[in-house]
Write a protein that binds this ligand. Structure first.
Ligand SMILES: Nc1nc2c(ncn2[C@@H]2O[C@H](COP(=O)(O)OP(=O)(O)OP(=O)(O)O)[C@@H](O)[C@H]2O)c(=O)[nH]1
Ligand SMILES: [Mg+2]
Length: 360
């Protein structure tokens, strides 16, 4: 995967730097927002719910002078269940062989034991770390940064402190410049257009999960998982079917909404983002299913991460004729037109736009 390149410019020999930077901190501090802002593209989903990120996600930023390989990680928290243990294993894996760590804290909150717990991981790794005090756009009084900085200075010997807003971009260029100075000299590790290690399937599943969390705004976030059931690419569109897993029967109506309205909204929003991501139109079918205790089932959890998932099933042997069967003209041309759900499914819809929603 890694392809080494030596960058030489006519006339001047600019010292190229390349290195690995992991981003960690307590849940909801803004780590994924920060990695998206630093990479310049959305590679990690963002919600206002803690524990949104469930695995480590690589994002690469490249310029003529440097390449920074970022790793976003799940928010650090006490891990009791199998899924939480995996999340913390992802954090542990992100500390190996790093040149620099970004410890992200929410500048609008008093430092708490949760931040201290997260800091323990930084200490143990013995890797140089910057403290990134995020969300300063929300501070009416920047003087509040001083006591915050003093507290963190007392807790750990950080190399430098950076007040930033991952949301507005404030302070990010200073942070980037300081990071580059800390990276080792050397050629880029990845081609200039390389962005992330996540396969498109995973990005689509994550986008759907983000929309479920944003649209439902209720007590379902930790209970939701998304799996891709069908993935077909034709010259004109992607046909994708996905299942939204919840843990209890009572959570299905929260996701589906009255007459399928909420699921339709989830599908419409997800399709909008995914079409930009994939650069093609998309026919998206969504199903909602109760998968009891999925967070405790190792083989289910394996399927959620591309690094542990078994390979997707081989495409059906229908060959070329498949395309015309799955994209009837009416479907391909009518954006957001409600389609008749196949009987006797409990709930609704699809988009290519249409979302097809089915409760099983
Ligand atoms: N106002 C403001 N909000 C921010 C900023 N950065 C992140 N947020 C918000 O904070 C919430 C959490 O952001 P995430 O990026 O998902 O946080 P995270 O640290 O990745 O969270 P986990 O994945 O759960 O650990 C979201 O609602 C973001 O929009 C910022 O600089 N300013
Ligand atoms: Mg995150």
């Amino acid at each position: 995967m890694s392809k080494h390149r030596t960058r030489k410019r006519a006339g001047a020999e600019s010292p190229h730097r390349c290195g690995f930077v992991s981003i960690l901190g307590r849940p909801n501090a803004g780590k994924s927002t920060l990695v998206n802002a630093l990479v310049g593209q959305k590679i990690a989903i963002v919600t206002d719910k803690p524990q949104t990120t469930r695995t480590s996600i690589q994002g690469v930023w490249t310029s003529d002078a440097a390449q920074i390989v970022f790793l976003d990680t799940p928010g650090i928290h006490a891990a009791a269940s199998p899924i939480n243990r995996r999340m913390m294993q992802a954090v542990a894996g992100a500390l190996d062989g790093r040149d620099l760590l970004l410890f992200v804290a929410d500048a609008t909150r008093e430092p708490r034991p949760e931040d201290q717990l997260a800091l323990e991981w930084v200490k143990r790794s013995q890797t140089p770390a910057f403290a990134v005090l995020n969300k300063v756009d929300l501070l009416s009084d920047k003087g509040l940064l001083l006591p915050l900085t003093e507290t963190y200075k007392g807790w750990h010997e950080f190399e430098e402190f950076f007040p930033v807003s991952a949301q507005t971009g404030e302070g990010l260029e200073q942070l980037r410049a300081a990071m580059i100075q800390r990276l080792p000299l050397g050629p880029a590790c990845f081609p200039a257009d390389y962005l992330t290690d996540q396969p498109e399937r995973f990005l689509v599943a994550e986008t759907i999960r983000e929309k479920v969390l944003l649209v439902t705004r209720q007590e379902v976030p930790h209970s939701v998982a998304v799996t891709i059931e069908e993935w077909t690419e034709t010259p004109r569109l992607f046909k994708i079917a996905a299942t939204i897993h919840v843990e209890r029967n009572g959570q299905k109506p929260i996701v589906i909404g009255a007459a399928g309205a909420r699921l339709k909204e989830i599908g419409t929003q997800a399709r909008g983002d995914c079409e930009k991501l994939l650069g093609k139109k998309m026919f998206l079918q969504l199903f909602v299913k109760v998968s009891e205790k999925w967070r405790e089932r190792e083989e289910f959890l394996n399927q959620l991460d591309w690094r542990t998932a078994s390979p997707p099933p081989a495409p059906p042997v229908l060959g070329e004729t498949m395309d015309s069967r799955i994209t009837p003209p009416a479907l391909a041309e009518t954006m957001d037109a409600p389609t008749v759900p196949p009987a006797p499914a409990e709930s609704t819809g699809s988009t290519e736009g249409g979302n097809e929603h089915n409760g099983e």
